[in-house]
Design a protein around this ligand. Structure first.
Ligand SMILES: Nc1nc2c(ncn2[C@@H]2O[C@H](COP(=O)(O)OP(=O)(O)OP(=O)(O)O)[C@@H](O)[C@H]2O)c(=O)[nH]1
Ligand SMILES: [Mg+2]
Length: 269
C-alpha cells in the first residue's frame, strides 16, 4: 500500500511552496516523503524532485513544435502523461516501495480538475497501483477578503471533489498574510446562512435566487470547511499533515505493522 497526496488549487495558491515546506517538515522528523513535479511548465524547485513530468515531455517543445499557447500546451502535456500512465509512470513508480509516500505538485490550471479527465484518470491509475490517494485543495487566504471570490473558490474545490472522487481536504493557504484572524474564523467552517446574507448584500437583488441555490449546493455537499495553514509555524504544518494522514490512513497501517512485528520472534502475542 502506497500513500499519495494530489496537491491542487488555483494558480499561485501556494501548492509548490506547500510541497517544499512539507518536505522540510518531514525531513526534520526523519520521515520519508517524495515530491513529484507534475507541472510541465515549472522551472525552479525548492524541494528535491523525485519524479518529474518534464522528463517525459517539455512544455517548451510542445509550444514550439505544435504552435500551441501555454495553456493549450499544458493540456497537451497532461494528456500525453495520461497516454503514458502504463509505461512512463509505472516505470517511475517502480522505483518506490510499497509504503512510500508521494506528494504530487500539480499545475494550477483550473481546467485540469474541472472538465478535463486527466487528473481523474491519473488518480484512478494510482488507486489501481494500490495507493491511498487524497486530494489536497489549496485556496489562497486572500480569497476570503471577498465573499464572491470565496464562493467561486469553493465551487472550484467542489468541482475537483466531484471529478476526482477521492477523499478531499481543503486548506486555506498563506495564513501569514491574514491580519485580522477573526475574519478567518467565519470562513473556516462557515454558516451557510451567514454566507448567503453576505452574498446578497454584495450582489444585485436579481441574484438572490441564484445565491440561494449556490449556497445550497455548497452546503449539501458539506464540503465548505478549510484548515488554515501558516507555513511559519511547524505546528500548523503538523496539524495539516495529521489530517491528511488520517484521511489516507497513513500511520494506521504502520501501527499495525509495529504491533505485528514480534522482536522476540517467539510468536506469542
Ligand atoms: N506570504 C506567503 N506567500 C506565499 C505562501 N505560499 C506561497 N506564497 C507565494 O505565492 C506565490 C505562488 O506560490 P507557489 O507555491 O508557486 O504557488 P503554486 O500554487 O505552486 O503556483 P502554480 O504552480 O503556478 O499554480 C509565490 O510568490 C510564493 O512565494 C505563504 O504561505 N505565505
Ligand atoms: Mg507550482
Amino acid at each position: 500500500m502506497g500513500y499519495a497526496q494530489l496537491v491542487i488549487g488555483p494558480a499561485g495558491s501556494g501548492k509548490s511552496t506547500y510541497c517544499s515546506s512539507l518536505y522540510q517538515h518531514c525531513e526534520t522528523l526523519g520521515r520519508s516523503i517524495h515530491i513529484v513535479n507534475l507541472d510541465p511548465a515549472a522551472e525552479n524547485f525548492d524541494y528535491p524532485v523525485a519524479m518529474d513530468i518534464r522528463e517525459l515531455i517539455s512544455l517548451d517543445d510542445v509550444m514550439e513544435e505544435l504552435g500551441l499557447g501555454p495553456n493549450g500546451g499544458l493540456i497537451y502535456c497532461m494528456e500525453h502523461l495520461e497516454d503514458n500512465l502504463d509505461d512512463w509512470l509505472n516505470e517511475e513508480l517502480d522505483n518506490y516501495l510499497d509504503d512510500d509516500y508521494l506528494v504530487f505538485d500539480c499545475p494550477g490550471q483550473i481546467e485540469l480538475f474541472s472538465h478535463v479527465p486527466v487528473l481523474r484518470n491519473f488518480v484512478e491509475h494510482l488507486k489501481r497501483k494500490n495507493f491511498n490517494v487524497c486530494a489536497v485543495y489549496l485556496l489562497d487566504s486572500q480569497f476570503i477578503t471577498d465573499v464572491t471570490k470565496y464562493v467561486s473558490g469553493c465551487m472550484a474545490s467542489l468541482s475537483a471533489m466531484v471529478q476526482l472522487e477521492v477523499p478531499h481536504i481543503n486548506i486555506l493557504s498563506k495564513m501569514d498574510l491574514v491580519t485580522n484572524k477573526r475574519d478567518v474564523e467565519n470562513y473556516l467552517d462557515p454558516e451557510p446562512h451567514h454566507l448567503l446574507s453576505e452574498l446578497n448584500e454584495r450582489m444585485a437583488p436579481r441574484f438572490k435566487k441564484l445565491n440561494k441555490s449556490l449556497i445550497e449546493v455548497v452546503d449539501e455537499y458539506s464540503m465548505v470547511s478549510f484548515i488554515p495553514l501558516d507555513l511559519r509555524k511547524e505546528s500548523s504544518i503538523q496539524y495539516v499533515l495529521a489530517q491528511i494522514d488520517n484521511c489516507i490512513q497513513y500511520g494506521e497501517d504502520a501501527d499495525v505493522k509495529i504491533r505485528d512485528f514480534d522482536p522476540d520472534g517467539d510468536g506469542d502475542e
